[in-house]
Design a protein around this ligand. Sequence first.
Ligand SMILES: Nc1nc2c(c(=O)[nH]1)N[C@H]1C(S)=C(S)[C@@H](COP(=O)(O)OP(=O)(O)OC[C@H]3O[C@@H](n4cnc5c(N)ncnc54)[C@H](O)[C@@H]3O)O[C@H]1N2
Ligand code: MOO
Length: 419
Amino acid sequence: MPDGTLIQAPISCCDDEPGLLPVVEARARLLRGATPVPEEEALPLAAALGRVLATVPRSGRSLPPFDQSAMDGYALHAADLVPGAAPRILRRIAAGDPPGPAIGPGEAVRVLTGAPVPPGAAAVVMEEHVVLRGGTVAPRRLPRPGANIRRLGEDLAAGDVLLPPGTRLDARHLALLAAAGVGHVPVRRRVRVALLSNGNELGVAIQDSNRPMLAALLARPELALTDLGVLPDDPAALTAALGEAARTHDLILASGGVSGSDADHLPGALHRAGGEVEVLKLAQKPGKPLAHGRLGSARCLFLPGNPLAALVGFLTLGRPLLARLSGSAEETGPAPLAALAARGFLRRPGREEFLPARLVGQDAASGLPLVEPSGAFGSARLVPLAAADGLLWVPAATEQVRPGDALRFHPFAASFGLA
Ligand SMILES: Nc1nc2c(c(=O)[nH]1)N[C@H]1C(S)=C(S)[C@@H](COP(=O)(O)OP(=O)(O)OC[C@H]3O[C@@H](n4cnc5c(N)ncnc54)[C@H](O)[C@@H]3O)O[C@H]1N2
Ligand code: MOO
């Protein structure tokens, strides 16, 4: 069985079309020699969301930065953690106050959550668990030594590594960096991506749906997108556009014009522009034809024109390539969910398949989600895709899916960041 990553599914080749390349092999070829963009920049925390850490940030302070109370209550000396003790309350310390002098036996301090506990305090008793009488505090329930005190450095010591390089910074990471006193974060510069659609029919006979879809998938903080629009099936114009884009971009991403007919010009244009190009047929459905290469320092990825094929090609190959270029550690993406087939269907084996599918319930016995295709399959069909909750992955060799079969499901939001 696959390890659950999108692109590492094993292929058993039983297709009626011989020589299709397993997706895992295509990905390896695509990533060969691809390296993260070398330049870094130091960004203020507020501007770093979604950017990729370039180097190891270390904590400027310990966390917590001092011994502090975790509760509203009373800090007690160790000598008073015994039945019958009723130490005298000396003063009150709130969050932001200094801790003041040490307390001794028979002395207590009123403390509020987040307040520094004074030296000598062995535990904090919650205010709900005390009796206050004549300026003294008598615990009704004795706290254990150390109770309700967050100790200096128990979470993190000053100088500790905060996060590994390659972390794509999200809300959790920003909180940790802020708490550790990191003001500016070293991140990789944005990966510059040029996006184009190719085909004389676009905007004339049919609308260009791939470019808005791919632009939305590329709308991420670690990427800087240039929209080159629609380019016609004109070899000279394509050659010139690729040459121009390669000078200022790290990746040229295109869709359409790759399957190899006399109307498919993109791979030839890349070759004529002086680049290297490889045209592949993948054991993947949809998303079989694909071309990739490089021109100068720019990588090129040409996806098939059918919209669902372009989406799947982007998710299985474009995403890992962009992760590599951006220096992100997330090359393989999150593992899919285990799921069960809500109904059966037949298929032709040979290509691993990504089917738009929806969640229709939960299996009572196992608790696993039940999924089923969200409409008739077709790599040009957008309606079942829009109605789906994610993509159902079917291994290449499968001929029949029966109700209750174990399947793998990639929810759009979790696996692909589609909100
Ligand atoms: N003889 C063969 N024909 C085809 C093969 C094959 O192996 N042998 N593969 C089929 C498969 S699978 C796919 S997928 C498509 C991919 O073709 P291309 O990448 O060359 O794309 P086009 O021919 O330009 O377009 C295919 C289809 O998609 C429409 N399209 C193109 N761009 C867009 C866009 N930006 N937005 C919306 N729709 C777009 C285009 O009009 C075509 O209908 O090839 C099969 N053929
Ligand atoms: O594989 Mo195509 O990519 O069926 O649409």
